[in-house]
Design a protein around this ligand. Structure first.
Ligand SMILES: Cc1cc2nc3c(=O)[nH]c(=O)nc-3n(C[C@H](O)[C@H](O)[C@H](O)COP(=O)(O)OP(=O)(O)OC[C@H]3O[C@@H](n4cnc5c(N)ncnc54)[C@H](O)[C@@H]3O)c2cc1C
Length: 446
């Protein structure tokens, strides 16, 4: 960076991932539009650089398959942001297809209705129609056991490096300064308000701080002296004492397709595919042994992640617990790489579902993969003030897709009003008996 760090600024955004960058860019636009300032009033600080956290290694799926209905509106805004400049953000609006067994049929209907209410276009197919829908796109789809399909038409995927670089460029175009290698070490507070952010390169006085800290959120939560446990109250009166933060590690990988290009029957880039079959065992295609008593898999075109044509996907994350090592992060951390069994799992699931992937285990790309995320007590994002002038975007590791969160947060910060879409995600939901409940899935992401 050529700019010197300012001694004082309006907004300090900590973290140059999806949320920090989207918030900073939208802040610049909101300040200008309201005649209250410009991008010059916003700095983004990152201890490493743009996309150094989960945002730079995410799979890149942009979907709205959430049992937690208030998230549907957040995703509606997010698709607007992705569509604002799809080329700059690498957004491919190929759609998203989720397939399940009969036990999810009612859920799919419910969430499609909720998606429709916020203008997120999707449709549900049952029984023979579900199978037919899948085979129209993927003629070799083995649809035994599949009873229901949700098709989200406006979802898709994005290239992760393209997305963070595109967002960083938007920030710069609007006068926001981004500083790499600047680590926030602490906060000076006066009566609970942060008066200055302490960094390894000096202090910055500021009016407000925004956290887009991903897996490092718990560390800064502790810096503000907050508790590492919480009482979560549910609507039925149940109260559970929970860890405030729980780390999970992700299992993702890539498979080459040396003999074909992964396309639909109409020779298009296929929708992102997600399949959860809670009552169908997954069988190893090479050994015939049962790997699991259920199937959970998602995949998409590997796109920017691949050096040769192939697909990228993953399965359910694995819980680590309330403590984890965040540095080094991602592919650089020896402890949290995808396990060796995952390659068998992923390739077997693909082969079990589509003929074209029969016995594709040898095509698994052997390399470091995975990463960790910090989940909230109910696995649903928290968007809220954590001090009078510190706003936290803690996405519970859902959030590469959630570019709309930054847009809404910027609107709230500049307008000073409550933004209805953000309100269900307030921190006081745990106290007020509005903790989000359990969902009909084995996975913490829905
Ligand atoms: C392997 C993997 C796959 C995923 N796939 C998907 C997906 O397909 N779709 C989806 O929607 N989500 C996905 N996610 C989740 C998603 O990537 C994250 O939820 C999201 O990127 C978090 O964004 P963020 O901006 O909050 O944090 P991050 O992108 O983690 O950014 C936080 C930044 O803060 C910086 N930082 C940390 N501490 C400090 C400090 N003290 N001072 C200054 N800077 C600091 C870090 O360097 C980092 O750049 C995936 C996550 C992983 C790990």
């Amino acid at each position: 960076m050529t700019n010197a760090m300012p001694k004082s600024v309006g907004y300090v955004v900590v973290g140059a991932g999806i949320h920090g960058l989207s918030t900073a860019w939208h802040l610049a636009m909101e300040l200008k539009a309201k005649g209250k300032g410009s991008g010059a009033d916003v700095v983004v600080l990152d201890k490493t650089g743009v996309g150094a956290g989960a945002s730079g290694i995410a799979c890149g799926c942009v979907r709205n398959l959430y049992m937690t209905e208030p998230l549907h509106a957040i995703l509606r805004h997010s698709v607007d942001v992705w569509s604002y400049d799809p080329v700059a953000f690498g957004f491919q609006q190929v759609g998203y297809v989720s397939a399940g067994e009969a036990n999810q049929a009612e859920d799919y209907e419910r969430l499609a209705a909720s998606q429709k209410r916020v203008g997120y276009h999707s449709e549900v197919f049952h029984g023979k129609d579900a199978k037919k829908f899948l085979r129209n796109i993927w003629p070799d789809f083995k649809t035994d056991g599949i009873d229901v399909v949700l098709h989200e038409k406006i979802s898709g995927y994005a290239g992760t490096r393209q997305a963070v670089n595109g967002l960083a460029q938007k920030c710069k175009d609007h006068g926001v300064r981004i500083f790499s290698d600047v680590e926030v070490k602490g906060y000076d507070t006066t009566s609970g308000r942060v008066s200055a952010v302490r960094t390894n390169q000096g202090d910055i006085r500021c009016d407000a701080v925004v956290w887009g800290l991903g897996a490092w959120t718990p560390k800064h939560w502790a810096m503000l002296g907050k508790s590492d446990t919480i009482e979560a109250r549910y609507a039925d009166g149940e109260v559970q004492k929970k860890d405030m933060w729980t780390y999970w590690r992700l299992l993702e990988g890539e498979v080459y397709t040396p003999d074909f290009t992964y396309r639909t029957a109409e020779d298009r880039d296929p929708p992102v595919l997600h399949v959860e079959l809670m009552n169908t065992p997954l069988v190893d295609q090479m050994t015939g042994k049962e790997l699991s008593d259920n199937v959970y898999i998602y995949w998409k075109n590997g796109a920017e992640r691949m050096d040769r044509p192939g697909i990228q996907g993953g399965t359910m994350p694995i819980k680590i617990g309330p403590k984890a090592v965040t540095d080094p992060y991602g592919h650089a951390n020896d402890e949290y790489q995808a396990d060796s069994w995952f390659a068998d799992y992923m390739t077997s699931a693909m082969g079990q579902l589509m003929d074209r992937f029969q016995k594709c285990r040898p095509n698994f790309r052997e390399r470091r993969n995975g990463g960790i995320g910090a989940f909230t007590p109910d696995n649903v994002p928290i968007f809220d003030w954590v001090a009078p002038n510190v706003y936290m975007i803690a996405d519970s590791n859902h959030g590469f897709k959630m570019t709309g969160a930054g847009k809404l947060v910027a609107r709230m910060l500049v307008g000073g009003n409550r933004v209805s879409e953000l309100m269900p995600f307030a921190l006081d939901r745990f106290q007020k008996g509005k903790t989000f409940g359990k969902s009909n899935s084995h996975c913490p992401w829905v």
